[in-house]
Design a protein. Structure first.
Length: 291
């Protein structure tokens, strides 16, 4: 049975007990899908006890974003965690994570600034703050995050190093549906026709992977081709960029000679979707018949 904790003190004590043998941790906002469950399995490879958290963190949503309608299904999530073999679940209320009179935020600068950082002001500050709080509660552990949220993972790695936190941060490859779309809780919002439109994203990533493996190293050309493909099918593009995969800064001189990331954020109807590949490094995106 997954043991459920609502309070910081209860969860902290359970983590403390588990730590000697080793603790794995999977922070989530719930609405769990197979991508999250793969993170639980990965955490289990690192530690005999696996804790998950479900907390829809209000500080990482902008005023016009989907905080109110973000999918919530604690009972369904608990069942999934049970099947995936998680041991502990922390599901606090907002006041437990943000106590009366709270005034503290964690802010990461350079790596949080480009890409989603410039389209979602305050987002990464909210993520960095809540993840730091969660790490302060779990203590030393191996924490596993999906690489679909590539910039989020970079921000979390940075803050863990900078704040000297005793956390081993592990990034896990993006899990995709059979049609190629990256698994995301926000896919629940898509109508069937929107979902068909969204397949332009994995198709653009796959094309970029192919041209890169055929020798193309022109960052702007790769990004432009991907943008064209996405423009034709999605409703609004936030960004389609090829950037340095470590710093997330623009590729110097436009010629890729270091790890490079193709990152995409766009809107299909009211749903904002993100996806990425590290060119030459990530497995080729497999597309279904409709893409
Ligand atoms: O990726 C998420 O689900 C969230 O951003 C996280 C890391 C749990 C912080 O709220």
């Amino acid at each position: 049975m997954v043991q459920v904790f609502r309070t910081v003190s209860g969860f902290r004590a359970a983590c403390e007990n588990a730590r000697t043998a080793g603790l794995g941790f999977v922070p989530t906002m719930g609405a769990l899908h197979d991508g999250h469950l793969a993170l639980v399995t990965e955490a289990r490879r690192h530690a005999p006890t696996v804790a998950a958290s479900i907390f829809v963190n209000p500080t990482q949503f902008g005023v016009n974003e989907d905080l109110a309608r973000y999918p919530r299904d604690l009972e369904g999530d608990l069942e999934k965690l049970q099947k995936a073999g998680a041991d502990l679940l922390f599901a606090p209320a907002v006041e437990e994570m943000y106590p009366e009179g709270e005034q503290t935020r964690v802010s990461v600068s350079r790596v949080a600034a480009p890409l989603c950082g410039s389209f979602r002001p305050g987002h990464f500050e909210g993520v960095a703050t809540v993840v730091t709080k969660l790490f302060a509660i779990t203590g030393a552990c191996t924490a596993v995050f999906g690489r679909k949220d590539y910039q989020q993972l970079a921000v979390i790695k940075r803050l863990t190093i900078d704040l000297r936190l005793p956390i081993n941060v592990v990034g896990f490859p993006t899990v995709r549906d059979l049609d190629g779309l990256a698994k995301s809780s926000r896919n629940f919002y898509l109508s069937p026709s929107e979902r068909a439109q969204a397949l332009a994203i994995p198709a653009a990533l796959a094309e970029a992977q192919d041209t890169f493996s055929n020798g193309d190293r022109d960052a702007a050309a790769i990004a432009n081709r991907a943008r064209k493909r996405i423009e034709a099918l999605t409703d609004r593009i936030d960004y389609v960029e090829v950037v340095d995969a470590d710093s997330l800064e623009p590729v110097v001189g436009n010629k890729i000679d270091h790890r490079a990331l193709l990152a995409i954020a766009c809107h299909v109807g009211k749903t904002r979707l993100i996806d990425n590949v590290v060119l030459g490094e990530d497995a080729r995106v497999v597309l279904g018949e409709k893409a």
